[in-house]
Design a protein around this ligand. Sequence first.
Ligand SMILES: NC(=O)c1ccc[n+]([C@@H]2O[C@H](COP(=O)([O-])OP(=O)(O)OC[C@H]3O[C@@H](n4cnc5c(N)ncnc54)[C@H](O)[C@@H]3O)[C@@H](O)[C@H]2O)c1
Length: 364
Amino acid sequence: MSPALAQKQKIAIIPGDGIGVDVTGEAVKVLELINARGRLELEFIQFDYGAEKYLSTGISLPKQQLEDFRDNYAAIFLGALGDPRIPDMAHARDILFGMRFGLDLFVNFRPVKLFDETLCPLKGKTPNDVNFVVFRENTEGLYVGIGGFFKKGTKDEIAIQESVNTYKGVERIIRYAFTYARQHGHTKVTMSDKNNALRFEGDLWHRVFQQVSEDYPEIEKEHMFVDALAMQLIKRPEQFQVIVTNNMFGDIITDIGAQLQGGLGMAASGNINPNGVCMFEPVHGSAPKYAGRNVANPFGAILTAGLMLEHLGFKKEALLIEQSVCMAVHEKKVTSDMGGSLGTKESGDAVCDFLQHLSGNTLR
Ligand SMILES: NC(=O)c1ccc[n+]([C@@H]2O[C@H](COP(=O)([O-])OP(=O)(O)OC[C@H]3O[C@@H](n4cnc5c(N)ncnc54)[C@H](O)[C@@H]3O)[C@@H](O)[C@H]2O)c1
């Protein structure tokens, strides 16, 4: 954490849309508990950016707000975005991509960790077999929005979507993945692309992967085509430690990863700029059909809150959150997507109970 960040203690909370609101409520409950018990002196400030605000005012995420986040906040927590009343996702793109691109959050960090073997859909796989991290490039590729239509709405229509890959962008995400591997005692980094078919971007990713790996001679470098990676994630997930890939492939393979750890409701993520304010969000979307029904699994959001605390330097507190979720999973204090009978709020309460118990003597 940079010295500048250390002085900032404000956390922006954007529940967003759909179940984003439900799960953020539970994540904030956990954060408030740990904040009070551990005297972390974090201040949580809620923002109502999302579909309702957009529909009633036309405002998605103002530029000044982004600057305010950048200059005055230690971190941002986002629930999820997406509403069927806005089918082109205009507000979600403005808010989510506004933060990812506008704050240059080039690392999308998505850990995949199985807490209990009953949650894994693969036969015979245990928590020892499913424990890896994915680094998804977060500011380039097919997501930059460059392209267009020609003869839209006719039978001659052409739609073009460009994939942008810069040396700087590829180098920094690959280097981040190798540095993480070194700092966390991992012995292998797997880079995944599709360079047999996508020759130009694949060539760049390959050359940069080779170059950067030379600075990390103790770490094995492995290349895997993304289709093979998808297969191997199902066949032998235990072979992976650190995966680095582009924006689109990372988006897709982390949904596979989420299933390996018990479903989308369990998956956490961080959008990171190592030199600035970072944004944390569960991997899942707004799942409109579950919104406001007290059924969404809040654990991905709660684990995301843990990632945020870890990033802010509160490692002990982050570990306590992970342990509390793990205990809730083992004790089956979970929502129906994980085979339990609790609601969103009740499973959040269960995590708080375990947290109170575990933190009895350990927090300041
Ligand atoms: N980062 C984001 O905010 C983000 C990410 C993905 C999708 N979306 C948006 O969310 C909306 C819905 O998209 P979708 O249905 O493709 O994806 P989704 O992640 O919202 O839901 C897919 C399915 O996964 C399950 N699921 C997801 N989260 C869950 C949870 N916490 N607890 C229990 N089950 C859970 C549900 O069965 C759900 O129907 C769309 O508008 C989409 O664009 C937003």
